[in-house]
Design a protein. Structure first.
Length: 351
């Protein structure tokens, strides 16, 4: 007996093929290398399971609407991530496409996710961008597999949808390299206590840089909440006057700019000058923090604009039939996180 809520993944599993193959067969995608035997097997599996492909989704390849959808996870209300929308909007304009946005809480309620993707499909969106705030693995709703789609800030756990993420590990390594080139050897890391991919990537990048420089990667690592108070508490512990100036860190690399703001307060309370007595580096290049601190904070910029632009550029290629790009689902594209050098880093007064 056919069961309810049959998705494209169910059909793929029953037929023993990939979801991409199922999508090609059920949408009658031209110029594929799918054999007639495989097509028959897919159609038989779909019929046996009672799978009903969305009528509008099947027509997307032949009835272009000129509109693409951006399903976001609160980034529309997150100021420092708004450039993702700007990058997507400007790239869409270059392709004569209209960008429509739905703001949501993704990966929280599967029914809501499916309904919101379906809302774009019902409006004949030519493709959909699924963007998250925190970098994580997600299982996108089945509906997203029936249209050209890309992920921003998240990777598809099943490796079926192309995705793009910031290369935070390499960004953190570049900070350590900068500090080492500036003359620092005792470099502390104020890490986040929250276990998310950004925490792991930035900490690993710090350790990579320290190891490459022949320095102990664990000697000066302190975990704290990723807010100003956490940066303050971590830095107070690292730089307290009870510590021997000859052995305490000469630089503090903070997990994010909010923690760096707390590090500034700690240094001031300890009578230490930035950058003469201690250098401080953040991560995120978050407005209005980084440029407004005094001295202005050296930090790492997340490529928000570039993430949005990449998403639309890749999506348009998928919409044009370049389905080989779906192979990117297994290996997310990583975009560089450049250092923004300002005034908070200087050679150490005591090496």
């Amino acid at each position: 007996m056919p069961r309810e809520h049959v998705g494209i993944r169910d059909v793929a599993a029953a037929a023993g093929v990939s979801v991409t193959t199922v999508s090609h067969v059920l949408n009658d995608t031209p110029h594929t290398r799918t054999s007639e035997l495989t097509k028959a097997r897919v159609r038989a599996a779909a019929e046996a399971l009672g799978y009903q492909p969305n009528r509008l989704a099947r027509g997307l390849r032949t009835r272009a609407s000129g509109m693409i959808g951006l399903l976001t996870e609160e980034i529309a209300t997150t100021p420092h991530a708004g450039r993702i929308i700007l990058g997507a909007q400007e790239e869409a304009s270059r392709h004569n496409l209209t960008l429509a946005i739905i703001n949501s809480r993704l990966n929280q309620d599967a029914d809501i996710e499916s309904a919101q993707v379906q809302a774009f499909i019902d409006r004949q969106a030519d493709g959909i961008i699924y963007a998250t705030v925190y970098h994580d693995e997600v299982v996108p709703p089945d509906e997203l597999l029936s249209v050209p789609a890309v992920l921003v800030g998240a990777r598809d756990r099943l490796g079926e949808i192309p995705s793009v993420m910031p290369d935070e590990r390499a960004g953190a390594t570049s900070v350590v390299d900068l500090l080492v080139r500036t003359g620092h050897r005792r470099i502390a890391f104020a890490a986040s206590s929250v276990d998310v991919p950004a925490t792991r990537g930035r900490l690993q990048g710090y350790r990579d840089g320290m190891a490459a420089a022949g320095l102990d990667p664990d000697a000066f690592v302190v975990e704290a909440v990723s807010e100003a108070i956490g940066g303050y508490e971590a830095t107070m512990g690292l730089l307290d006057h009870g510590a021997d100036p000859a052995t305490r860190p000469t630089a503090v690399f903070c997990y994010n700019d909010r923690m760096a703001m707390g590090a500034y307060r700690a240094a001031a309370e300890l009578g230490l000058s930035i950058p003469q007595d201690v250098s401080v580096v953040g991560f995120d290049d978050q407005d209005p923090i980084a440029a407004s601190l005094y001295p202005a904070l050296t930090t790492v910029a997340l490529p928000h604009y570039e993430l949005g632009a990449w998403a639309v550029e890749t999506l348009t290629s998928l919409m044009e039939g370049r389905d080989e790009l779906r192979l990117l689902g297994a290996h997310p594209t990583l975009l560089a996180c450049p250092i923004v050098e300002r005034a908070s880093v200087a050679p150490p007064a005591r090496a």
